[in-house]
Design a protein around this ligand. Structure first.
Ligand code: ZN
Length: 309
């Protein structure tokens, strides 16, 4: 029976800040942008913090004990879970699909989804664009005309967004976000506000690739089928179920037994505290429920994200 608790990997960023520290991560600095909570990606491979695999990386366990992950055939561990704290705006960016990423980057594509854990008043988000044709898109990019091009709106705590590859997007300053995504680190930056780093250099842009992969026209993803149900002590809401991932949010107010009929479950405590199979957990903890663990006992008042294939 296996539950793999993980040591997150922290990443600083030009747009990072104190939000992850304030969220409760002691290892975060004043410039941390991302906490990779559940990752077997080579750019940030989490180590296991408990049991017989203590100290091993998640990619090592995936490589050597595939039976714990339902013997799935994926060459690399397919999903990645992050907490993102943006003190400043992220670049306007877009990710390739599997086909383009395999051809040009030897990587998976990147479809992702976001749940807003917290944000300041008037926090914005960029999602999609208003160009009706590729020509309109190219012209707007050439003219730096992002005010007219981008679809920008206010967000609030609890909002959820699904972002298929090919969608231009950006997290904006003041956002604390839970993200579940394909395990890929391929980002094409379209525009970075002409920001300069401490050496006076702008970050590299990938305008040609961005134009290649951006879906035109933009069509918002249909989230109409979100299911909500009462569980033993609390509620479960299915935020999305797609070809790439399924994400459920559990708001628990006591004891709950959660079944696992998937190859694995990626679990993140995003609010509150309690126990999991008798072990104490709190906000910010991440773990993997392996395929041989058919049900998990949760107890406590907490909000729990469970991401599966
Ligand atoms: Zn992204």
């Amino acid at each position: 029976m296996e539950i793999l608790f993980l040591n997150p990997v922290f990443k600083e960023a030009i747009w990072g800040g104190k939000l992850l520290k304030e969220f409760g991560y002691e290892q975060a600095t004043d410039k941390t942008g991302e906490c990779w909570g559940i990752s077997a990606h080579k750019s940030g491979d989490c180590t296991i913090s408990n049991g017989e695999f203590e100290g091993k990386t998640l990619s090592w366990v995936y490589e050597n004990h595939r039976e714990l992950f339902g013997n799935i055939q994926d060459n690399i561990f397919p999903l990645l879970v992050k907490i993102i704290g943006a003190e400043d705006d992220l670049s306007i960016q877009v990710h390739p699909n599997d086909e383009y990423a395999a051809l040009h980057e030897n990587s998976l594509g990147k479809t992702e989804c976001w749940y807003v854990l917290d944000c300041k008043e008037d926090t914005k988000m960029v999602m999609g664009h208003h160009a009706k044709t590729k020509e309109e898109l190219v012209k707007a990019i050439e003219n730096d005309d992002y005010d007219h091009l981008l679809n920008k709106f206010d967000i609030k705590k609890g909002d959820f967004f699904y972002i298929p590859s090919g969608t231009i997007h950006a997290i904006c300053k003041g956002s604390l976000i839970y993200e579940a995504q394909q395990s890929s680190d391929i980002t094409y930056r379209v525009y970075d506000y002409h920001r300069k780093d401490k050496d006076g250099n702008e970050r590299q842009l990938h305008v040609k690739q961005s134009i290649d992969v951006t879906t035109v026209p933009y069509k918002p993803y249909d989230l109409a089928k979100q299911v909500e149900e009462t569980i033993e002590n609390g509620t479960r809401k299915e935020l999305v179920s797609s070809n790439y991932l399924t994400l459920n949010k559990y708001d628990m107010t006591g004891y709950n037994k959660v079944k696992n009929d998937k190859p694995f479950q990626l679990v993140s405590i995003i609010e509150g505290q309690g126990t999991v199979e008798g072990k104490e957990v709190k906000k910010g903890d991440h773990f993997v429920v392996c395929s041989d663990q058919k049900e998990v006992d949760f107890d406590g008042t907490m909000t729990v994200m469970i991401c599966t294939l």
